[in-house]
Design a protein around this ligand. Structure first.
Ligand SMILES: *[C@@H]1O[C@H](CO)[C@@H](O)[C@H](O)[C@H]1NC(C)=O
Ligand SMILES: *[C@@H]1O[C@H](CO)[C@@H](O)[C@H](O)[C@H]1NC(C)=O
Ligand SMILES: *[C@@H]1O[C@H](CO)[C@@H](O)[C@H](O)[C@H]1NC(C)=O
Ligand SMILES: *[C@@H]1O[C@H](CO)[C@@H](O)[C@H](O)[C@H]1NC(C)=O
Ligand SMILES: *[C@@H]1O[C@H](CO)[C@@H](O)[C@H](O)[C@H]1NC(C)=O
Ligand SMILES: *[C@@H]1O[C@H](CO)[C@@H](O)[C@H](O)[C@H]1NC(C)=O
Ligand SMILES: *[C@@H]1O[C@H](CO)[C@@H](O)[C@H](O)[C@H]1NC(C)=O
Ligand SMILES: *[C@@H]1O[C@H](CO)[C@@H](O)[C@H](O)[C@H]1NC(C)=O
Ligand SMILES: *[C@@H]1O[C@H](CO)[C@@H](O)[C@H](O)[C@H]1NC(C)=O
Length: 356
């Protein structure tokens, strides 16, 4: 509860279950990180969805304060993608033997490493790196790189000269990374004092000749995929007390690991894990954008989850080529016709169908 007092950004949150509804204060910011529901800080007041897997600890001995999820340092949480970014340690091997940590490992109890956003990357001119994981059985993959001259290194190109990389399978929850030399003893390369291997968010890393120097950081960002619970949507919907999706949402199973996620239905916006009135999925008023009905002349009517465009009286809808949704409103020409030429196509438009 201490954090609730110290932080300025406190958001009021209604728990989803109307029967147990009560206004509670939950901390949804830690340092620079916004912590959206189903994540939350502190075990009081059901601030996170299950007071376990989504429970964030905010440690303010760091400046700015850092968020931890079961020991993992969290730096970004995305509700729309069902992803989060955490910082994990690299494995490394230096030729002067002063600093050696040839192994790194990670074990996610519930979440998985994103196979689309991460790559296993090894950096060095005398490196053999492996990543060993478990899906249902165990598997091992990796890559190696050897080079004699820094002049052969091409910036931005991780293709085996000073840098190699490989993809990881979907559903990975546990890994062991190991760095070894191609021969017994690591070669003492003046331009490459240390070898490194790590799983990392691919877009966060750009290889260059300076990557072969010593790294200052020992951690790298890794993207995780999260799901709610361990049931299918079908199973979860059977119990409305524990079902995690709010109103105006649809439920889906991303695969890779058990559990489901929620998204707002088309035409709705918000946090799909919350009640509509408390930041959940609400109808988007498309009509408040002047572009929606293609100009000020048209009449826009907002509907739940959608909108409808019509033409002012005295004008007619003329549909765009190959579309039954895009149209313009035109005053009938003095020469009556129910056909018009648009972009070489003859397009018919309904007569006498304009709104009053
Ligand atoms: C916060 O981090 C510091 C430094 O790592 C650690 O000593 C302390 O135990 C942590 N506090 C909490 C509440 O986890
Ligand atoms: C994070 O917060 C600190 C203050 O706590 C601020 O100085 C810094 O600029 C922020 N960083 C980012 C990336 O927002
Ligand atoms: C957080 O993640 C989202 C979705 O992946 C991304 O769009 C956003 O740029 C990230 N924010 C930061 C500060 O990295
Ligand atoms: C590697 O080279 C550095 C200087 O280039 C030297 O100080 C160090 O002793 C060498 N290490 C080994 C194991 O030969
Ligand atoms: C590669 O990038 C590094 C730093 O990013 C730069 O110092 C170096 O000159 C670049 N090399 C080439 C060949 O562009
Ligand atoms: C699913 O989650 C529930 C509640 O966390 C747990 O009791 C159960 O053992 C889990 N089932 C499986 C098959 O993992
Ligand atoms: C729904 O889940 C709650 C909490 O786990 C449980 O107490 C209740 O019996 C379940 N209801 C049904 C219909 O299964
Ligand atoms: C349209 O509505 C949204 C949400 O209600 C609001 O955030 C936005 O500022 C509005 N835009 C205009 C142009 O009024
Ligand atoms: C949208 O649906 C809600 C109930 O689900 C209703 O109260 C509201 O009037 C509807 N709004 C429109 C614009 O149809």
């Amino acid at each position: 509860m201490g954090f609730v007092v110290f932080y300025s950004l406190i958001i009021s949150l209604w728990v989803l279950d109307e029967a147990a509804a009560a206004v509670v204060s939950c901390q949804h910011k830690c340092g620079n990180l916004t912590i959206p529901y189903p994540f939350g800080v502190g075990t009081a007041n059901d601030c996170s969805i299950d007071n376990n897997d989504f429970l964030i600890t905010c440690n303010d001995t760091f400046e700015p304060p850092r968020s931890f999820l079961g020991g993992l340092h969290v730096t970004n949480i995305s509700v729309v993608d069902g992803q989060m970014t955490v910082m994990l340690y690299m494995a490394f091997d230096c030729s002067d033997n002063n600093i050696v940590d040839k192994y790194s490992w990670a074990n996610l109890r519930k979440f998985t490493f994103s196979d689309t956003r991460n790559k296993f990357i090894a950096i060095g001119c005398d490196i053999q790196a492996t990543i060993e994981g478990k899906i249902s059985g165990s598997y091992t993959t990796g890559c190696f790189s050897a080079c004699d001259s820094i002049d052969d290194v091409v910036n931005g190109s991780c293709v085996g000269i000073g840098c190699c990389q490989t993809a990881i399978p979907k559903g990975l929850q546990v890994y062991d990374v190991r760095v070894t030399s191609i021969n017994q003893q690591r070669r003492n390369l003046s331009f490459n004092p240390c070898s490194y291997a790590f799983l990392a968010e691919e877009s966060s890393f750009s290889f260059s000749s300076t990557s072969l120097q010593k790294f200052n950081e020992q951690t790298v960002p890794v993207v995780l995929e999260w799901t709610i619970g361990n049931q299918t949507c079908e199973e979860a919907k059977r119990n409305s007390t524990t079902y995690g999706c709010g109103p105006n949402t649809h439920c889906y199973e991303p695969g890779g690991a058990p559990g489901y996620r929620c998204n707002c239905m088309d035409g709705y916006e918000g946090n799909p894990y919350l009640a509509s009135s408390h930041g959940g999925c609400q109808d988007v008023d498309e009509c408040n954008k002047s572009s929606t009905c293609n100009g000020l002349d048209n009449i826009c009517k907002n509907k739940n989850g959608s909108y409808e465009c019509s033409c002012p009286s005295g004008t007619k809808k003329i549909f765009a080529r190959n579309s039954d949704a895009i149209f313009d409103c035109h005053r009938p020409s003095t020469k009556p016709s129910n056909k018009i030429l648009i972009g070489g196509n003859t397009v018919e438009f309904p007569c006498g169908n304009s709104s009053k």
